[in-house]
Design a protein around this ligand. Structure first.
Ligand SMILES: [Zn+2]
Ligand SMILES: [Zn+2]
Length: 60
């Protein structure tokens, strides 16, 4: 079972948290895996655009 109602960015410089579906959609975005499964993006939109890695944060 996957949760689409909460997410936390793994980036150390960011640590963004979403606590409901709206925040998840706004801050992280959803990914359609192609087989009907919807997953939350692991990194928030900002970190994805900055190409952050957990060991190499670019945002802070
Ligand atoms: Zn982030
Ligand atoms: Zn980041």
């Amino acid at each position: 079972m996957s949760s689409l109602t909460q997410a936390r960015c793994p980036c150390r410089g960011c640590d963004k948290v979403a606590r409901n579906e709206t925040e998840v959609d706004e801050l992280f975005g959803l990914r359609d895996m192609g087989d009907g499964t919807i997953r939350v993006q692991s990194y928030c939109r900002e970190c994805r655009s900055l190409h952050c890695k957990a060991s190499e944060p670019q945002c802070n």
